[in-house]
Design a protein around this ligand. Structure first.
Ligand code: NAD
Length: 489
C-alpha cells in the first residue's frame, strides 16, 4: 500500500506534545501515512494573519482529502476569528461526529454502558459568526439555519446509524422557543425519518435532553443537533464518559475531512509532558478508517484499549480514579503512555470489548448530498419589521409617532423591545432598551406590499427625525406567514 500524504498541524499549547505521541503510535502501528507539517494557529495569528492560517497552508490542505489537527489557541479579542470554525466552514465539513464511550469498569464512570455518538451540525446556527452592534445598548448574533444544511446533517446522521448498525436517533432542538430556526431542523428530521423506517426516532427539547445525557446516557444511541447545542452536549458526554482527554472527533464533508480531539490546547498543562494524547490518537484511528486503512486502525485501537485496561493512565484519568477510591494504577506522562501503547501493538483487551474495523460498511455520501429542490415555494412580501434606535421617547410616544407616519396607506401592527410586545399592548413594567422592532403592513389588504412601500416607510421615518437601523422583510411562504409573532402579541 502506498503511503498517503496527510497535512498535519501540531497546534498550540499541548498540541505538539500530543501530536508527536499520536503520530509515533500511528506509524508504529502500521499506518501508511506521510505527514506534511503545516503551521497554523497562534503564531500565524500573531504574525498578522487574522484567520490564523497562511495562504500556503490553505493550498496544502485543499490539495489533500484529510487534515490531522492538534488543538490550537484562538487569541482572545483583537478581532481574531476561530480557525477551527474557519476550516470547518471553508471546506464545508458539515458533520461533526463525536462518539462518547465509557470504559467502565476500567476507567471510572458512573455509566457502564454508555456509547453515544453526538452528530453536530458544523457550519450554521449561531456559529455563522455574524454579529453586529446595533445600538449603544444592543448587540446581535444571527442564528442562521438552512433547509439544505438541515437535510445534509440529518441525512448524514441516518446514514451513519445505518452503516454502523445503530438503532435509534434522537433529535435535540429548542423549537418550543425558536419556532422557525430550530423548528425547521425538527421538521426536516421528521421528514427524513420517514425514509429510514428501521431506525427508531425521537425528539427532545435540548435542555432536558442534555440533562438526560448527563444523567442516563445509556438511553441514547445517536443524537443529532444544531451546532451550538452539539458543541455543549458533546463536552458533557465526553466528561461524563471519562475525561475530555479521551474524546475524539471527526469533521466530515463531501470532499474533505478533518480529525481532531474535542478538547482545546489546555494551556494550564502545556509543556509539562502530562497531557493525555488519547483523544487525538483515537481521532487518528478514525482518520485511518476514513482513508481506507481499517486494519491498522483496529490494531492501534485495540493496543490503546489494552494499555488503558492495564491501568497505564495519564493524570487526567488518575485524578478521576482517586475520586472513585481506585489506588492501583501506573501514572505516566504523554511519552510514556505512547510507549505503553506501542509495546501492546498486536494485543487485544480482555476486560474491555475489542474493536473490529476490518469489515465496516461505507457511508452513502451520495444520498447525503442530494438536497431537495430549493425553489418550490412562493414567497410574497407581506410587510416589514423596521428596527429603530430611540432612547428619548416612551413606547407609547414612539408608537403614536410611527402610527401617524404610517397613515394612510400603512399601519403600525406592533412594536416590540428585545422581542417583547410593548405597543399597542404592553405593560409599563417591561424594561425597554434603545432598540425597537416596529412592524408595518398595508392598512388594507387590497394591494400587494412591495419594496417601494418599504422605501416609502423608511423615507417617512428619516423625515420625522427618527433613526432606522435595520429591516427584516416579512414574507408569506405558500400563503402562510414565514415570521413569528412578537412575544405576547
Ligand atoms: P481545554 O479543553 O483546552 O481545557 C479544559 C480542561 O481540560 C483543562 O483543565 C485542561 O488541562 C484539560 N484537558 C484538555 N485536554 C486535555 C488532555 N489531552 N489531557 C489532559 N487534560 C486535558 O479548554 P479551554 O481551557 O477552554 O481552552 C483552551 C484553549 O483551547 C482556548 O484558546 C480555546 O479557544 C482553545 N480550543 C481549541 C479547540 C480546538 O482547537 N479544536 C477546541 C476547544 C478550545
Amino acid at each position: 500500500m502506498s503511503r498517503e500524504p496527510i497535512p498535519v498541524a501540531k497546534g498550540d499549547g499541548i498540541g505538539p506534545e500530543i501530536m508527536d505521541a499520536a503520530l509515533h503510535i500511528l506509524i508504529e502501528g502500521g499506518a501508511q501515512i506521510d505527514p506534511i507539517f503545516i503551521e497554523i494557529g497562534e503564531k500565524v495569528y500573531l504574525s498578522g494573519h487574522t484567520s490564523g492560517i497562511a495562504p500556503e497552508a490553505w493550498e496544502i490542505i485543499r490539495n489533500h482529502r484529510v487534515l490531522y489537527k492538534a488543538p490550537i489557541t484562538t487569541p482572545q479579542g483583537g478581532g481574531y476569528k476561530s480557525l477551527n470554525v474557519t476550516i470547518r466552514k471553508s471546506l464545508s465539513l458539515f458533520a461533526n461526529v463525536r462518539p462518547a464511550v465509557s470504559y467502565s469498569p476500567v476507567i471510572p464512570s458512573k455509566h457502564e454502558n454508555m456509547d453515544v455518538v453526538i452528530i453536530r451540525e458544523n457550519e450554521e446556527d449561531l456559529y455563522a459568526g455574524i454579529e453586529h452592534q446595533q445600538t449603544h445598548e444592543v448587540v446581535q448574533c444571527l442564528k442562521l439555519i438552512s433547509r439544505p444544511g438541515c437535510e445534509r446533517i440529518i441525512r448524514y446522521a441516518f446514514e451513519y446509524a445505518k452503516a454502523y448498525g445503530r438503532k435509534k436517533i434522537t433529535c435535540m432542538t429548542k423549537d418550543n422557543i425558536m419556532k422557525l430556526t430550530d423548528g425547521l431542523f425538527h421538521r426536516v428530521f421528521d421528514e427524513i425519518a420517514l425514509e429510514y423506517p428501521d431506525i427508531q426516532t425521537e425528539h427532545r427539547i435540548i435542555d432536558i435532553g442534555i440533562a438526560m445525557l448527563a444523567d442516563t446516557p445509556e438511553q441514547f444511541d445517536v443524537v443529532v443537533t444544531p451546532n451550538l447545542y452539539g458543541d455543549i452536549a458533546s463536552d458533557v458526554t465526553a466528561q461524563v464518559a471519562g475525561t475530555v482527554g479521551i474524546a475524539p472527533s471527526a469533521n466530515i464533508g463531501e470532499k474533505h475531512a478533518m480529525f481532531e480531539a474535542i478538547h482545546g490546547s489546555a494551556p494550564d498543562i502545556a509543556g509539562k509532558g502530562i497531557a493525555n494524547p488519547s483523544a487525538l490518537l483515537l481521532s487518528g484511528v478514525h482518520m485511518l478508517i476514513y482513508i481506507g486503512q481499517a486494519e491498522a486502525a483496529e490494531v492501534i485501537h485495540n493496543a490503546w484499549l489494552k494499555a488503558i485496561e492495564d491501568k497505564i493512565w495519564t493524570p487526567d484519568i488518575t485524578r478521576k480514579a482517586k475520586f472513585s477510591g481506585i489506588t492501583e494504577y501506573t501514572e505516566v506522562g504523554t511519552k510514556e503512555f505512547a510507549k505503553a501503547v506501542v509495546s501492546r501493538l498486536g494485543k487485544r483487551p480482555e476486560k474491555l470489548a475489542p474493536v473490529e474495523y476490518k469489515h465496516l460498511p461505507k457511508l452513502n455520501m451520495k444520498s447525503i448530498s442530494s438536497v431537495s429542490n430549493r425553489n418550490t415555494k412562493t414567497m410574497l412580501l407581506d410587510g416589514v419589521d423596521i428596527f429603530v434606535r430611540n432612547s428619548k421617547l416612551t413606547a407609547k410616544e414612539l408608537g403614536h409617532k410611527l402610527e401617524e407616519i404610517a397613515k394612510p396607506e400603512y399601519k403600525l401592527v406592533m412594536m416590540s423591545n428585545r422581542g417583547q410586545v410593548v405597543y399597542p399592548k404592553g405593560f409599563s413594567e417591561t424594561f425597554c432598551t434603545d432598540h425597537w422592532r416596529c412592524r408595518f403592513k398595508r392598512a388594507n389588504n387590497s394591494a400587494q406590499f412591495t419594496h417601494s412601500d418599504i422605501r416609502s416607510l423608511l423615507y417617512r421615518i428619516e423625515q420625522s427625525g427618527l433613526e432606522w437601523i435595520k429591516l427584516e422583510n416579512l414574507y408569506l411562504l405558500d400563503d402562510k406567514p414565514a415570521y413569528t409573532l412578537g412575544q405576547g402579541e
